[in-house]
Structures are given as structure tokens and as C-alpha cells.
Write a protein of this length. Structure first.
Length: 466
């Protein structure tokens, strides 16, 4: 195998000389040559009958280059793993590395110089048992508990069929028929959907739907009013069923809607079955006991904000107190766009920004690895299912074929997967950080808590842009 030697042990950069001899690469090339001889198709020769000298002439330079490159990269990878180096990017071949002819007729010892962007060992600060953080909780009042209890009770009710008198909380099965130039035609798009709720509609459409009954039809000028908050591309896919590339075409906004069915929550029953199903067997037997359970868990409504505030504090402290000495010369020479490199010995703003980004990214990745935070694909899918189900107001989305069809489509979108993965990573990070640090619980009034939560609100200008 190739040999590796560090050639600048006293310098800030990490340069390795990788040496490979003919005795190491020629046998490998001969093996590749035999494989090539069996399948090569060269004009003037039968398959498998091309003379070796002719093959060496045609393919020798590329073969030796491929074999040497493969062996060099393999040995560099082994060397990095064996020495437990953390590096930025990939090893970079230095300009002063010796040039070689890659001539099979004149095999030679080959030397290559590679530079590594080594990340030195460091300790992440802010996650130790002696680190203390304020954990802000929202005050829970009796009226809050009762309101949450009523919401749980209402949510426990079963879905039942409904014929008329539609209002908020109702869900529909609709047939959607496209009207082209105001008329239904043979080429009109037709699709049945169960992903429409009264609450998702525009106010103008709600005012029309409340007077309808199952079996009625309604022509609307803008089908997107069924859910105006959904991106139109997603609407076309999931509500109009236009998943296939062959369905890519202009669609009329005028549709005839046929109400095929409607469902709503039945009147909730505050009985033993409700208490057992909601709170567990033999855990709660009365409204008073249920209130106490709700009071303990009510803060879950604001947990995401409490966790978000904690996350900001921990991450800020990590970046303020953790010292990471990055190989800035390597970053400057090999990771920065040439036009942004220093011309007078001072770093450009782009260089400073890149170093700050890499530093924060490395600290984050190190901290998540230290805490064992590693969301799985199954967990990403579960969170997607929960979010899509909640958006359409559907229970048991994991068992709903249409919800799962939407989720499968989202799982094929790398950007959406990355977004959900990062959300899970943050959630798991906070959960683990709560175990490794000390928390000082601070109960705030609703007004004070809401004031702190304003840090998560988008500026108005940003909301307008969205």
C-alpha cells in the first residue's frame, strides 16, 4: 500500500507526502488490463482478442491514473480514520506536488503532496453539569386548565356523518370537476378528495357552504379558496390529485364541487371510557382529578416556546465560550472563492463570514454527536405525518392512505426532509441538554411569558415577503 509521511511537522498547515511505487500499482493495473481485455471492443479486433500491447497504448495512461488515484484516496482515508482526524472538506493536492507522466512503459515511484484542513480537538462549553440556565414557564390559571380540559374532551369525540348545517370542525368528501370556459367537458379534471375542512376554506366560501347539504353542488370561481393557505403547487398535487408529470397543464380556477359526504365531531361523553382512554387505566375517575393531570401537563402547550428560549441561551453560550482554532490558512486558500481572498494581508468580510459559519457548524455538529442526537428516517416520517395530519384536521394520519401518499411525496423532497430533520435535531438537542445541565424554573405571568416569546415572531416586513 502507499506510504504517508507528514512533511511539515512544525508548520500550521498539515501537509502529507503520499508515495506509491511501481510494485504497488503495476499488479493492480495488470488485473484491470485483464478485465479490460475480456470486454474491450476495438475496431479491427474481435471482442476479447485485442493484443495487450494495443490495449496498453490505448488505455495505459487512463488506467494508471485511475488505479493510482484510487489507491492514494483509499490510503488517505485510512490514514485519516486511523489518526482520528477531523477535517474540513477533502484533502487538497498542492500545486507544488511533483508532476508524473503516468507512462506504463516507464513506471516510476510517484510522490503526491496533499494538504489537510485539520480541526484540532476542542471542548464544547455550556453543556456541563455545572452549567445553569433559566427555564421559563407560563403561569397556569384555573380558567386555562378548564379551557384545555374542554378541548381534550371535545377532541375525544368520535367522527359521525353529517347532512347539513355545516360549520367549523366539519370535514368533507368532495368531487371536484373542472369547468373549462364555464362548462364541464370531456377533458375536465375530475378528482375526489377528503382533505377539505370547513375551517380551511376562505370566509367567502364558508358563507356559501354553511347553507349546503350532502348531495348539493356548488360552482366556485376560485377552487383554491378551498384552502387558500396552501401553496398552489401543493394544492394541485394533494387536493386536485395532479401528481404525474403528464398532468402538468394549465388548470381552470372554476370548478363544480359536489358534496359527497360530511363528518363532524359527535357530542363528547365525559364518562369512564373517556377518562380511561385519555388518561390511562385507573389513573383518573373524575373531572377534578382530570384537572390536576391537565394542570401538570398544560405547560406542554407552551413547551415549544420554553424549549426555544432555552435552546437560544444554550447555543449562545456554546458559541461564546467554546474555543475552536480553525485552520484559517487552509480555509482561505482552498475553501474561499478566489475573488474573495485577501489582497493586502487583511481578511475580507467574506472570509470572516465563512470562518464564523464553519466555526458555528463544527460546534453544533460536535455538540449533537456528544449528546447522541441522531434523528432517523422513521422519525422524520413520523413528524411529517403528524404535521400533515394536523394541517388537514385528520386523526390517525399514519393509517390514512391519502395522508401517507402526501408524506411519501414529501420524503422524496430533499429540502423538506432536511427541514424536518433539523427540527427534530433541535428538539432532541434540547431534550438531551435538559438532562446534562441544571435548570432553574422561572414561572412567568402570561403577559411576561408572551413578551419573551416575541423573539420568535417574524418582522412584519419578512411576513409580507413570505
Amino acid at each position: 500500500m502507499p506510504t504517508i509521511e507528514r512533511v511539515n511537522p512544525n508548520a500550521d498547515s498539515h501537509v502529507l507526502k503520499v508515495t506509491i511505487s511501481p510494485g504497488e500499482y503495476l499488479p493492480l493495473i495488470q488485473t484491470e488490463m485483464r478485465k479490460l481485455a475480456q470486454k474491450a471492443q476495438v475496431k479491427g479486433f474481435r471482442k476479447g482478442k485485442v493484443p495487450e500491447n494495443h490495449l496498453r497504448k490505448l488505455y495505459g495512461p487512463s488506467l494508471i491514473l485511475d488505479v493510482v488515484d484510487r489507491e492514494i484516496k483509499s490510503e488517505l482515508k485510512r490514514h485519516i480514520e486511523e489518526n482520528k482526524y477531523r477535517i474540513l472538506g477533502e484533502p487538497v493536492l498542492r500545486e507544488e506536488s511533483p508532476e508524473h507522466a503516468f507512462d506504463l512503459n516507464k513506471p516510476e515511484v510517484m510522490d503526491f503532496l496533499f494538504e489537510l484542513g485539520i480541526i484540532p480537538p476542542f471542548e464544547v462549553k455550556g453543556l456541563g453539569e455545572n452549567d445553569t440556565y433559566d427555564y421559563f414557564l407560563r403561569e397556569v390559571k384555573d380558567e386555562d386548565v378548564e379551557r384545555e380540559y374542554q378541548a381534550i374532551l371535545k377532541d375525544s369525540a368520535e367522527m359521525v356523518d353529517k347532512e347539513t348545517g355545516f360549520t367549523h370542525g366539519d370535514h368533507f368528501k368532495l368531487q371536484l370537476i373542472e369547468c373549462i370556459s364555464g362548462e364541464e367537458t370531456e377533458t375536465s379534471l375530475r378528482h375526489e378528495t377528503e382533505l377539505v375542512s370547513f375551517s380551511s376554506m376562505s370566509e367567502s366560501l364558508q358563507s356559501q357552504f354553511k347553507d349546503l347539504s350532502v348531495g348539493d353542488t356548488l360552482t366556485v370561481d376560485c377552487v383554491y379558496d378551498l384552502n387558500p393557505t396552501v401553496d398552489r403547487e401543493l394544492f394541485r398535487k394533494y387536493l386536485l390529485g395532479m401528481f404525474e408529470p403528464s398532468q402538468e397543464r394549465e388548470v381552470s380556477e372554476t370548478f363544480r364541487l359536489v358534496v359527497l359526504g360530511a363528518r363532524c365531531k359527535d357530542e363528547p361523553r365525559e364518562d369512564e371510557a373517556f377518562f380511561e382512554h385519555t388518561f390511562g387505566q385507573n389513573q383518573v375517575k373524575s373531572r377534578e382529578e382530570a384537572h390536576e393531570v391537565v394542570r401538570k401537563h398544560f405547560s406542554g402547550k407552551s413547551t415549544s416556546i420554553s424549549d426555544g428560549l432555552l435552546f437560544r441561551e444554550i447555543v449562545d453560550r456554546m458559541h461564546q465560550e467554546t474555543q475552536v482554532n480553525l485552520p484559517e490558512a487552509f480555509i482561505h486558500d482552498h475553501m474561499l472563492e478566489p475573488s474573495y481572498r485577501s489582497q493586502n494581508g487583511e481578511y475580507t468580510p467574506q472570509m470572516v463570514e465563512l470562518v464564523q459559519f464553519l466555526r458555528r457548524d463544527i460546534i453544533w455538529k460536535t455538540s449533537t454527536a456528544m449528546l447522541g442526537v441522531a434523528p432517523t428516517a422513521a422519525q422524520v416520517r413520523d413528524l411529517m405525518t403528524h404535521r400533515v395530519s394536523s394541517h388537514f384536521g385528520i386523526n390517525d394520519g399514519d393509517k390514512n392512505p391519502k395522508i401517507q401518499s402526501i408524506v411519501s411525496s414529501m420524503m422524496a423532497d430533499k429540502d423538506k426532509v432536511r427541514e424536518v430533520f433539523q427540527d427534530l435535531e433541535t428538539m432532541f438537542f434540547v431534550y438531551k441538554a435538559k438532562e446534562t445541565t441544571k435548570l432553574n424554573e422561572v414561572i412567568l405571568s402570561a403577559a411576561a411569558f408572551d413578551e419573551k416569546a416575541k423573539v420568535f415572531q417574524k418582522p412584519k416586513a419578512e411576513e409580507t415577503e413570505d
